[in-house]
Design a binder for this molecule. Structure first.
Ligand code: NAD
Length: 433
């Protein structure tokens, strides 16, 4: 099939690359010329394992193209997949301005046969609204399909090629059938719904996962108070099939480009429709508390942080990505500087993106060793393999004081116990002192 994908971000680029990998002819379009220029050279503008290899292989096979020209991409295209950003607006609602602009951009190229697929995460009713907007321009019925995306950054290719399910929401059976055919080579279970249910499935899923994280984090805080170990508790809970093991890792809260904004957008939709949804308000409040927990613990341990050298290990919102959107490292860096600590941070890939957001309030190191040198304490913020695999005994020798606050419970306890001098504060379990 001939497919155009609008937006070459984490979702659009991964989708475009995977659709070309399964044999379709795909053209990806972006308004960002710099991104397209990089892509034309076979360079991925984002860090995503496995992406660049597939990108170059499919470009060489002639199935994957990049352009900033709508005319070049959309003429004769059967399917247009819209994967532009829908960031959080000032009132908590999803900001649909990129989507509205994209809908205006594509209107001129749509024929009665074109199928418009909205892959971006959009509030319930948006597909209807966009369809009406395009129909007002074109003057004929437009085939719309809501096809929300569930990939995780850091494993986007694997998640797309081996998705748990594909949601296809449409009021047009022929269009839904064609999108099912588009994905057929993936051999993934498909769920057909209305557009509104498809839109809701995306928000309900993300809000559920965020709530599961806040729940285990609140259990972790209670474990600390009563002397239980949240890792054991989560293991015991997770073996129950009704609960499941995923998303039961206690830590410093959720972040990233999706959970924070999607939970707030769902709460906004609820409010607009007269539904209070106090559970989601608590999910957000617990997360806000959790994001600052490492600093709260450090302040308590030292009785203040003025002049203390604090090494932050990890900046990205999770490992295997360079994405800094809503990363817990941002409020942590802010809190630390508020307490007048001297902060030196290290991340294997996200430093440049972090610098743009956090700025020069903190220093950035080129290695773990550089970051921890003469530090009064280490805060583990992102559980990169390099950080999890650190030699703890060698590490503490380089520090001024051997104090570690592990926000991801990622250092093996036997390594900590083998090192007699260390003071180790994990989340939701007794410290090792
Ligand atoms: P992103 O910000 O990384 O990328 C969006 C891209 O769209 C940018 O490159 C931007 O330049 C481009 N763009 C904006 N307007 C355009 C236009 N008119 N024409 C062409 N390109 C345009 O966003 P993302 O993380 O890929 O997310 C995209 C959507 O998918 C969002 O709605 C998001 O909520 C959803 N989503 C994201 C993830 C994720 O893990 N990132 C997962 C599932 C769903």
């Amino acid at each position: 099939m001939k497919i155009a994908v609008l937006g070459t971000g984490y979702v659009g680029l991964s989708t475009g690359v995977c659709l070309s990998q399964i044999g379709h002819h795909v053209t990806c379009i972006d308004i960002n010329e710099q991104k397209i220029n990089q892509l034309l050279q076979g360079i991925s503008p984002i860090y995503e394992p496995g992406l660049e290899d597939l990108l170059t292989a499919n470009m060489e096979a002639g199935r994957l193209h990049f352009t900033t020209s709508l005319n070049e991409a959309l003429a004769g295209t059967e399917i247009i997949v819209v994967a532009v950003g829908t960031p959080q607006g000032d009132d908590g609602a999803a900001d649909l301005s990129y989507l509205v602009q994209a809908a205006k951009d594509i209107s001129a190229y749509i024929t009665s046969d074109t199928i418009v697929v909205i892959k971006s995460t959009v509030p319930v009713g948006t597909n209807d609204f966009v369809r009406k907007m395009i129909e007002d321009q074109c003057g004929f019925p437009v085939k719309m399909v809501s096809n929300p995306e569930f990939l995780r950054q850091g494993s986007a290719i694997e998640d797309t090629m081996k998705a748990d399910r594909i949601i296809i929401g449409s009021e047009n059976a022929e269009a839904a059938g064609k999108i099912r055919d588009m994905y057929q080579p993936l051999n993934v279970p498909v769920i057909l719904t209305s557009t509104r249910s498809a839109e809701m499935i995306k928000y309900a899923s993300n809000a559920f996962l965020a709530t599961k994280i806040s729940y285990i984090n609140e259990i972790a805080n209670l474990c600390e108070a009563v002397g239980a170990d949240v890792t054991d508790v989560a293991k015991g809970m997770g073996k129950d099939k009704r609960i499941g093991e995923a998303f039961l890792n206690a830590g410093i809260g959720y972040g990233g480009s999706c959970f924070p904004k999607d939970v707030k957008a769902l709460l906004h939709t609820a409010g607009l429709n007269g539904v209070e949804f106090p559970l989601l308000k608590e999910t957000i409040a617990i997360n806000e508390y959790q994001r600052k927990l490492l600093v709260t613990k450090a302040v308590k341990r030292f009785g203040g942080l003025k002049g203390k050298k604090i090494a932050m290990l990890g900046l990205a919102f999770k490992p295997e990505t360079d994405d800094m959107r809503e990363a817990p490292s941002i409020p942590i860096a802010e809190e630390l500087t508020k307490f007048e600590a001297e902060v030196v941070a290290y991340d294997p890939v996200a430093t440049e993106n972090a610098r743009k957001i956090i700025g020069d309030k903190i220093k950035y190191a080129g290695s773990i060793d550089q970051a921890i040198f003469e530090a009064d304490a280490v805060l583990i913020v992102t559980e990169w393999n390099e950080i999890k695999g650190m030699d703890v005994s060698k590490m503490v020798e380089k520090m001024k004081e051997p104090i570690i606050f592990d926000g991801r419970n990622c250092l093996p306890e036997e390594k900590i116990r083998a090192c007699s001098s260390v003071e180790y504060y994990p989340i939701g379990k007794p410290p090792i002192i």
